[in-house]
Design a protein around this ligand. Structure first.
Ligand SMILES: [Zn+2]
Length: 327
């Protein structure tokens, strides 16, 4: 081998090893600090369902931050037997970016996820999606309906906390509009969970969390299917549903109008929910995601009074007539 060939061979081997290491080990979602949450009490699944039929104290609103289109192969595992049997093929799928307001009469106003920031529609180049990641996510296809700054300005009471389903960019995009003293809560291991894709997104996640205190992570047990009673009064529950990301979390609210399950991206689509098919390329661990989804579907099958809010689509019956806000 000539010296030149040896150098080229060495560089290629080095790059391949580097990529392989990244793919196996991955990078953390963020370098922002995280600590176990003082809020929330670990409970059992039995306790979770105990008073489900009783109306609760929470007022919940489902808000559409934006309409968007993304490839179906990201939202749905098209290789799953159910998708194959239905002959589903990749295409651009219309979706929504949601967030939820959770009003507790004693503990105040919270949001689940954050929708999108004001800058996205008004000064896109200075938004979190202003750079390369925004290009890849087709920022130009996001049609903003209600940004976080506008929504916050309409509220009579201050926002007390942010409960995240996970830290993907489309769920933390509204954070820049939220005052930095407001604490952010997420699932156990979400902040520093490792994935290859974080090589592209960690900078944005750090930027979104900048100035906020350490992320407070739910004290789920080590095993899957942990359940946390967020306020300790059985009104709002965090459910450990790993798979989409390592710390993915669903929330179940006992509202004045009955129980509402916010699934997060454990299931993006109405088709996926109806057929029990996990997301496609947007999900980190499809097998674990599928198990988490099966658990949530079973919970709803056993308690049909639970209304379901999916990650990025309305379940048909829940779609509002005017698609700006629901409930
Ligand atoms: Zn999402």
């Amino acid at each position: 081998m000539t010296r030149r060939r040896r150098i080229v061979f060495g560089v290629i081997t080095g790059l391949a090893l580097f990529s392989a290491t990244l793919a196996v080990v991955g990078l953390p979602a963020s370098s922002h600090p995280a600590e176990p949450s003082e809020l929330g009490v670990a409970r059992s699944e039995t306790e979770l369902v105990q008073d489900l039929e009783q109306p609760g104290p929470i007022e919940l609103e489902t808000l559409v931050a934006a309409d968007w289109e993304v490839p179906l192969s990201g939202l749905l595992n098209l290789d799953a037997p159910e998708a194959q049997a239905a002959g589903l093929e990749d295409r651009d799928e219309p979706i929504q970016i949601f967030f939820y307001s959770v009003r507790h009469p004693k503990f105040g106003l919270f949001v689940v996820d954050t929708g999108v920031e004001w800058a996205l529609a008004n000064q896109p180049e200075s938004s979190l999606l202003g750079g390369l990641v925004g290009d890849v996510m087709h920022r130009e296809k996001i049609r903003v309906k209600l940004d976080m700054r506008t929504w916050l300005a309409r509220q009579q009471e201050p926002l007390v906390g942010v409960f995240l389903t996970h830290m993907h960019t489309d769920h933390i995009e509204g954070l820049p509009d939220i005052p930095t003293e407001v604490p952010v809560y997420a699932g156990r291991g979400e902040t520093h969970g490792r994935e290859f894709s974080h090589a592209f997104t960690a900078g944005i996640t750090d930027q979104a969390l900048a100035g906020h205190p350490a992320v407070r992570e739910w004290k789920f047990p080590k095993e899957k299917r942990g359940v946390i009673d967020v306020f300790g009064d059985g009104s709002l529950w965090a459910l450990q549903v790993p798979g989409h990301t390592s710390g993915s979390t669903a929330y179940l609210a006992r509202t004045t109008k009955g129980p509402v399950l916010m699934v997060g991206d454990t299931c993006h689509t109405a088709w996926g929910w109806r057929h029990g098919v996990e997301p496609g390329s947007f999900t980190a661990d499809q097998e674990v995601n599928r198990e988490s989804l099966a658990w949530l579907r079973q919970l709803v099958a056993e308690h049909p009074e639970v209304q379901v809010r999916l990650g990025h689509q309305w379940l048909d019956a829940d779609a509002p007539v005017a698609a700006s806000s629901g409930d």
